[in-house]
Each structure stands twice: as structure tokens, then as C-alpha cells.
Design a protein around this ligand. Structure first.
Ligand SMILES: [Zn+2]
Length: 477
């Protein structure tokens, strides 16, 4: 990573600051009753900085992640390697953060020798806490799954859903109807069970539209708002699918009220925006920006909750960086160095990005649908021009990139999302928002925490420390 040198400087500064504030002192650890983990998948420091800068410049709003949780709370830098790779996937990263043990890429809280160390949510339940899982991904996806249950492979979706029935989180919200429904009801389950009905039979209120969120009255709820993923914020129809902030708001209400438990031990809520990771894979700067704002809106909901419930710890973090995101400056083209041939990233580039109307994924879907129609190359070329004109104002394709899109071929072997990654390259050349890969990277991530117990997050550590620290906060060890 070219940005690593900058990061090292940041690390040194952060460590010095931590020492000078005495944040390594672990005596008198105050323990929170409630813990809210806000999880931006695929998001490290570069993404959060982009969220802050774009939010200030385009929304005229402060960015709560950086300005409040990082600025007024504590931060830790966290390394992310898995048991078998320097660059982790989401399953291995979340497993380490949940159990305190390294697993191989693709495994869900199951170590290479087949053992199943206790997950964070299992430990929380064992300690009498209510638990919640929210994601814009299918709710059985790698991150929420690894924080809760066990599977050899992250693709064992049916098995993961079955374990949710046994674990019985009081709040389950996100996408992923497909592995809750039998084939007869349009689902993908092999065993013909209807798991939505199973949850209803156990006293859960089931909802599947944003309108129904306000109707939730029960102490346990299941909300599934999409067959698979909830759409990117840039594409989302608010009548069909809720925002992360809406889900977090209702999730907090359900977890903090309606409880009949005699001793109220509080709750742990895990709430994830998966679209920040997907945008990284697609190299989609416009979708990333909107989803970082949507994530921040959810952080603001959590901070409002904390104002009324001061015994709540809020943690903001991610699992790894996605895309090798690199906003940079440079020459506009291969011509000579000159003032007119130089690009700085500033408000005008941001405004252009803000004007984009659809995600690169949606662009790809539409383009591929046209290809499937079997139209001639000329018609396809005209369609591409029209798609760009309507949805990406001011973005032109250099000849090399136009050819790559028309033939849906890769630029280099590590740009696998086509044709999204090619259009992303055109956007990079004109706006300065470059990407180094369509995969994950080894960049360390940031853990930011504010509230009781936040002081234990400081300095530099491994992602397995995250689990141990959290368990210490509610197990008294
Ligand atoms: Zn990913």
C-alpha cells in the first residue's frame, strides 16, 4: 500500500497521544450495560476521511464517525491478517473480532483444527444480554454470522440461518429472505422449511417493508427487506427498503424496551453497512460516498440513544479495507506537466461525483442486459454512450477503456468486477479517485469507541484483541 508510510506516521502520533493521556491505565474499568457495534465493512481510515471531507463539503454536515466517535472518544489501530493469509476476507476478520481466534479465509468462527470458539453473541447471551444483528447484506452474510454462530464455510447459508433460530437474537434485520424461505415460496432452502414461520411461532413479529418498522411492538423481531442485499444508498427506493439508520433506530428501541427480564442486563447490537465493502469491490466512489453518509446517519442515531442511556458504549469499526482506495492528484493525461494538465481533488470533483445517478453495479446490470439481447456492436456502443450521458454527467471514455467495456474484458488480473471496474477507471482519470484493486487490502483498520469502557481501545493491536476486550467488558474478567 502506497498509503502505509502515512499510516505509520499516524500510528506513532496516535500511540504518543494515548501514552500522554494515560489511556493504557486499565484500573477502574467502567463497564457499559449496552454495547452498540457499528460496522462499516471494507472501511479503513481512507474511506472515513473521504466520508468526512465529502460530508463537510457537499452536505454541510459534520461526520460523526471522525468528529465525535474518533475525535472525542478513543481510537485503536487494528491489524487484520487471517490464519492463512495476509489479506483477510470478511468471514475470517469478523471471526477473529468475535472469538479472539484466527481462522482461515472463508470460515465462520471455526478454527483450522475444527474447533468452535465462543462467539461474541453467544457470550453475550450466556451473560443474560439481549442481542441484535442488523446488516444491509443478507443477515446470514459473513460478518453478522461470524459474530454469532459457526460454519466451515461462509456459503453455508442455510446452516447459518438454522443456528440463528437456536441462538434467538431478539433483533434480526437486513436482507436475505432467500435462505429463510423454501423453494415453493421463492426461496433457496433445500429442506423446504419456512424459517420465517418458525420465528413467528417463537413470538417474533415479522416485517418486510420500511412502513412496518414503526409498528413493531413485540420484544423480539425479524425484519427481512430484500431477497438478497439491501440496495446501495444511491439506488435504494426508500418505500421498498429501509436505511441503516432506520433499522438501527428500531433495533435500539426493541432491545432497550419491551423486556420482561427481571434483571435487565442490557444488550449488544451489531449493525453493519455491507455496501461500503461492495462499493469498494466495484470501485464505485459515488456509491461509497452515499453509503458512508448513510453509515454516519446510523452512528448519529446511536449517539442520540447514548445521550439518553449514558451506560452505553458505542464502537465504530470495520473489518478490512476494500479496493485500495486512493484519492490522489496528478496529471490529467499523458501530456507534459503544466498547470492546465494537473488535477487536484476538490469541490468540483466532489460535485461531479454527487451528480452520478446510479451505482456502477446498476450500470453493469443494465449494460449486461443489453449485451444479452444480442444487439450489434454499433447499437451497444450507442447504448453505452446514452447510459453514460444519462447517469454519469461529464464522464467520457478514453478509447482503451471504451473497448474494454464493450468487450467486458479486464484491465489487469485483480480487477474482477466488469464492466464496473473499467468505468471506475474512467471516473478515476477525471476525478482523481483511484483504486488499487477490486479486492481487499492489508491496510490496518480503525476501532473508535466512545462511552464507558472506551479507554481499553488504544494503541496498535490485533483483531483478535477486539473480542477479548469486549468480553472483558461484560464478563468481568
Ligand atoms: Zn469484501
Amino acid at each position: 500500500m502506497r498509503g502505509f508510510k502515512h499510516l505509520l506516521c499516524t500510528l506513532v502520533l496516535i500511540s504518543l497521544a494515548a501514552i500522554s493521556q494515560g489511556t493504557f491505565a486499565q484500573g477502574n474499568l467502567s463497564k457499559p450495560k449496552n454495547i452498540i457495534i457499528l460496522f462499516a465493512d471494507g472501511t479503513a481510515g481512507t474511506q472515513f476521511e473521504f466520508g468526512r471531507y465529502s460530508s463537510e463539503k457537499l452536505r454541510n454536515q459534520s461526520f460523526a464517525v471522525t468528529d465525535i466517535v474518533m475525535g472525542k472518544g478513543q481510537i485503536q489501530i487494528m491489524r487484520t491478517e487471517s490464519a492463512n493469509a495476509f489479506v483477510t476476507d470478511s468471514a475470517a476478520a469478523a471471526s477473529a473480532m468475535s472469538t479472539g481466534y484466527k481462522v482461515n479465509n472463508g470460515a465462520i468462527s471455526m478454527t483450522p483444527d475444527g474447533s468452535r470458539p465462543e462467539t461474541l453473541m453467544e457470550a453475550a447471551k450466556a451473560n443474560g444480554k439481549r442481542i441484535g444483528l442488523i446488516s444491509t447484506a443478507p443477515i446470514y452474510d459473513a460478518s453478522p454470522a461470524a459474530f454469532s454462530v459457526h460454519a466451515k464455510n461462509r456459503r453455508d447459508s442455510e446452516l447459518i440461518v438454522n443456528q440463528y433460530v437456536d441462538l434467538a437474537p431478539e433483533v434480526l434485520m437486513g436482507g436475505g429472505q432467500d435462505y429463510f424461505l423454501p423453494k415453493a415460496n421463492g426461496g433457496k432452502r433445500q429442506d423446504d422449511k419456512n424459517i420465517i414461520e418458525v420465528f413467528k411461532g417463537q413470538g417474533y413479529q415479522y416485517i418486510n417493508t420500511p412502513d412496518q418498522l414503526e409498528t413493531v411492538q413485540t420484544s423480539k423481531m425479524l425484519g427481512l427487506f430484500a431477497v438478497e442485499d439491501i440496495d446501495y444508498e444511491i439506488d435504494r427506493d426508500p418505500k421498498a427498503m429501509p436505511s441503516l439508520a432506520q433499522m438501527v433506530s428500531v433495533g435500539l428501541r426493541v432491545l432497550s424496551t419491551n423486556t420482561k427480564q427481571k434483571s435487565n442486563a442490557g444488550f449488544i447490537l451489531f449493525a453493519e453497512n455491507e455496501n461500503t465493502d461492495s462499493a469498494g469491490h466495484q470501485n464505485d466512489v459515488a456509491a461509497l460516498m452515499r453509503d458512508l453518509w448513510a453509515f454516519d446517519d446510523a452512528v448519529k442515531v446511536a449517539l442520540e440513544f447514548q445521550k439518553k442511556h449514558s451506560d452505553t458504549l458505542i464502537i465504530v469499526t470495520g473489518d478490512h479495507e476494500t479496493g485500495g482506495f486512493s484519492p490522489t492528484y496528478g496529471r490529467k493525461n499523458l501530456g507534459p506537466a503544466s498547470a492546465s494538465n494537473y488535477l487536484n481533488v476538490n469541490l468540483s470533483q466532489l460535485k461531479q461525483i454527487e451528480s452520478f445517478k446510479i451505482s456502477l453495479n446498476e450500470f453493469s446490470e443494465r449494460f449486461k442486459a443489453k449485451v444479452k439481447e444480442g444487439v450489434s456492436e454499433t447499437v451497444l456502443d450507442q447504448y453505452l454512450t446514452q447510459l453514460l450521458k444519462e447517469n454519469y454527467p461529464g464522464i467520457d471514455l478514453d478509447t482503451d477503456l471504451r473497448q474494454k467495456i464493450l468487450t467486458q474484458s479486464q484491465l489487469t488480473p485483480n480487477y474482477n468486477y466488469l464492466p464496473s471496474n473499467i468505468l471506475a477507471q474512467a471516473i478515476a482519470r477525471q476525478t482523481g479517485f483511484y483504486w488499487g484493486t477490486s479486492g481487499h487490502t492489508s491496510e490496518p483498520v480503525i476501532v473508535a469507541a466512545i462511552g464507558p469502557g472506551a479507554q481499553i481501545f488504544s494503541g496498535y493491536g490485533d483483531n483478535t484483541d477486539f473480542a477479548r476486550k469486549l468480553k472483558r467488558l461484560f464478563q468481568g474478567k
